[in-house]
Design a protein around this ligand. Structure first.
Ligand code: ADP
Length: 205
């Protein structure tokens, strides 16, 4: 698929769930690169009182209403959509246009920057390659991915499988990548590779 061809370097950062995107994103942020985060925009879209939250409450009712706050019980919502692909598709259809809109806004805000990063777990699934001038896929092995996900999110093996199964397999993503960031080694082993990739940013003229 076509990439964005403007003057700004727009790095799309994707990969599998728990493959290491946020770790790389934090590093880019430390280097002064604005990191636009799709997960954050999806979270905002589901904040208390938003139209998307109202839609979700209308569809699922009290099951997804938080007992502690005005908002949604995210764990309950997660368990619905990760158990039922049709419901996941429905929720994604609500969220993707809103996330896309936020990217357009934020890209405008950051238009003067030489480099920006777009951290998008479902970049390929949602067809957002055309927002990016290049796409980096952060890769680790499926076994490592499962282990890291279970540890980070305190999931059962079954829950981890459901979440991994809700995305394209990582191999399919690496095939579509412009660059594959290897994260099979120790944490931060990839920094040399990322520094090298960043050093290719053309100077401003
Ligand atoms: P993502 O943003 O892709 O979901 P994270 O960057 O949050 O992934 O990484 C997933 C989890 O795996 C985190 O708990 C992180 O600390 C851990 N992790 C990341 N890279 C490594 C690595 N090379 N070795 C071991 N654990 C790692």
């Amino acid at each position: 698929m076509k990439r964005w061809e403007g003057r700004q370097r727009r790095i799309g950062l994707t990969g599998g769930i728990a493959s290491g995107k946020s770790s790389v994103g934090r590093f880019l942020e430390q280097k002064g690169i604005p990191v636009l985060d799709a997960d954050l925009y999806a979270l905002e879209a589901l904040a208390p009182g938003t139209p998307a939250t109202r839609e979700v409450l209308e569809r699922y009712g009290l099951k997804v209403q938080s007992e502690l706050s005005e908002g949604l019980d995210r764990a309950a919502l997660g368990s619905i959509v990760f158990n039922d692909p049709q419901e996941r598709t429905w929720l994604e259809a609500q969220l993707h246009p809103l996330v896309r809109q936020r990217f357009d806004q934020e890209l405008q805000t950051h238009f003067g920057e030489r480099v920006v990063a777009l951290m998008i777990p479902l970049l390929f699934e949602a067809g957002l390659e055309s927002l990016c001038s290049e796409v980096w896929v952060v890769y680790c092995s499926p076994t490592q991915q499962r282990r890291r996900l279970i540890t980070r999110n305190q999931l059962t093996p079954k829950e981890a499988e459901q979440r991994i199964g809700a995305q394209w397999p990582m191999d399919r993503k690496t095939e579509l990548a412009d660059f594959v960031i290897q994260n099979e080694g120790f944490p931060l082993d990839w920094t040399t590779q990322v520094r090298e990739l960043l050093s290719a940013t053309p100077p401003l003229d």
